[in-house]
Design a protein around this ligand. Structure first.
Ligand SMILES: Nc1nc2c(ncn2[C@@H]2O[C@H](COP(=O)(O)OP(=O)(O)O)[C@@H](O)[C@H]2O)c(=O)[nH]1
Ligand SMILES: [Mg+2]
Length: 512
């Protein structure tokens, strides 16, 4: 059946996501455990750099992120750091970042025309009201104008900045992020070799109220430009066209098997009542019946208020864009730029608070295949209070510093890092190299908002075929089961439940 699978909520309660292997032909970690970075770094460098947008005031957070990334990766590979700002960087900022970098540092400013919205000039009243109204509605960051500027910049312009445009690859870094594991190979090179174009380390659900109309405009764009959707699109949509039959309307909001059985168990006795009510029953029209049945079905089922397009809704999944390793030409491409221009013309970047994360993600979903996207499950990463930290692979190697490493940590910290987490035993799920996860680490893969289970399901080698549920057949057979139950039991039917055998039989009727 369509929605019963090994990544369902119930299945994940038994074995959490972080303990499940998810390698497949479409996507797998590039290395489980450590390589020798002193050998790996003999490969030629790619045309790549870190890109950091930051304010002068964020220097401490920037240096903190840099130290972590230099220690865990760049000390062996010495990639350049590019810093962007909508104001000029201070001498202090420039000096401090140069002190910790093992690679070249470059600084760019973002011209006002790229940073500000046209409407800030042409219609300041509209702009101000839009921002304030989001504040009144308590939309996260909604009343911060500069946050909107930042999201729009990252959505549409940063890869066009002269310092970024000439790169083939970028790795986006933010102030105050942390890396937990050593990355002992060149991720840009691996991505290139494996045909990957976009890499993420956290995929979670977005806050609905920040993007109420983003999916609407995205669908309108798809229609207008006849965009041929690739298979990565499935990562972003809930489908509601799984039900066939005259009563499908009444099941359309149900997306998991538990609710499906509950609904069926509630509807079947109603059909029975109607059938046995004798003559009068004929006078009950279908509409009234459905109203009646639905009335009795209110408890336990959530109501849907998202917009639906061709049987699909945005499932709110997105890749966290505060970490991204990607090809610049994914976003400088004509198709992505058309998409951005379309979104820009809808004014959603300031009327709503569209993040660059869902915008990049939906772009990747439209234009990439799943096999072109990579989950860096081996990169331990924290931003704000959330993060991913893998268990260590059995395949570990001793740490050896790179020749240009600037020893950015105190020796106590180094000792702590050397005392990395115990690797999993053979057969366990562990892909990290020398990861040191915080003692109180809460794994984001196992949180309710994570989209990694969906990622695993979609990229799995053996995908369950998408079935359509033939409700007419299922309901008719379930009614027979109910009638049989009444014959055999001395109660009014209120204790009736579908048995496991019943469900198995009904599931077989599910596939058309
Ligand atoms: N130069 C500059 N950078 C900004 C501004 N607002 C946000 N950023 C940067 O944009 C990125 C995201 O902002 P952040 O405050 O971390 O947002 P959050 O991660 O969504 O909470 C960070 O790299 C910030 O340094 C701004 O007004 N000017
Ligand atoms: Mg941040």
């Amino acid at each position: 059946m369509e929605f019963e699978d090994r990544f369902s909520k119930q299945a994940l309660q038994k074995v959490p996501m972080s303990e499940r292997p998810i390698e497949s032909a479409k996507d797998a970690v590039f290395e489980s455990g450590c390589r020798d970075p002193l050998i790996e770094s003999k490969n030629p460098r790619m045309n790549a750099a870190f890109v950091v947008l930051a304010r002068n005031s964020e220097i401490d957070g920037v240096v903190s992120s840099m130290k972590s990334l230099e220690r865990h990766f760049n000390q062996w590979f010495n990639y350049p750091w590019i810093f962007l700002n909508n104001e000029r960087f201070s001498q202090e900022f420039k000096k401090k970042v140069a002190q910790v970098s093992s690679g070249p540092v470059r600084f760019g400013t973002v011209p006002e025309a790229r940073w500000n919205f046209e409407e800030q000039q042409t219609n300041p009243v509209l702009f101000k009201e839009a921002i304030e109204s989001q504040g009144d509605r308590e939309i996260m960051y909604g009343n911060t104008g500069s946050y909107h500027n930042m999201c729009r910049f990252y959505s549409g312009y940063f890869f066009k900045h002269p310092l970024v445009r000439k790169l083939d690859w970028y790795w986006r870094v933010e102030p105050d992020v942390d890396f937990y594991c050593d990355l002992t190979y060149d991720p840009f090179l691996e991505m290139q070799m494996q045909g990957k174009k976009y890499g993420f380390t956290v995929a979670i659900k977005e806050l609905v109220n920040t993007v109420p109309n983003l999916f609407r405009y995205t669908n309108a764009f798809i229609k207008k430009h006849d965009v041929p959707l690739s298979d990565a699109w499935e990562f972003f949509v809930d489908r509601f066209d799984v039900y066939k039959g005259q009563n499908s309307e009444h099941y359309k909001s149900i997306t998991n098997i538990r609710d499906f059985w509950k609904k069926l168990e509630e509807r079947v006795p109603m059909y029975h009542a109607l059938q046995t009510a004798g003559e009068d029953a004929a006078r009950v029209d279908q509409h009234s019946l459905n109203r009646l049945v639905d009335h009795s079905n209110k408890r336990g089922l959530h109501t849907v208020n998202k917009d639906r397009f061709d049987g699909t809704e945005y499932n709110m999944c997105h890749f966290w864009s505060n970490f991204e390793i990607a090809r610049t030409d994914l976003f400088t491409s004509e198709q992505y730029q058309q998409y951005f221009d379309y979104l820009e013309s809808s004014q959603g970047f300031f009327i709503e608070r569209w993040g660059d994360a869902p915008v990049h993600s939906l772009g990747a979903g439209m234009f990439l295949n799943l096999s072109e996207i990579h989950y860096f499950r081996d990169i331990g990463y924290k931003h704000s209070t959330l993060g991913h930290c893998p268990k260590n692979s059995p395949h570990q190697l001793p740490y050896k510093p790179g020749s240009r490493y600037k020893n950015v940590y105190h020796e106590d910290d180094e000792r702590n890092l050397a005392n990395y987490d115990r690797p999993v035993s053979d057969g366990g799920v562990g892909v990290g190299c020398r990861c040191k996860c915080p003692a109180d680490h809460a794994e984001i893969e196992n949180s309710g908002g994570s989209c990694v289970a969906l990622w695993a399901k979609l990229t799995a080698d053996e995908r369950e075929p998408r079935a359509t549920l033939d409700l007419d057949a299922i309901e008719a057979r379930a009614l027979e089961m109910y009638e049989q139950y009444l014959e055999q039991h001395d109660n009014d039917g209120s204790k009736w439940k579908l048995s496991t055998a019943d469900r198995e039989e009904l599931e077989k009727l599910g596939s058309l």
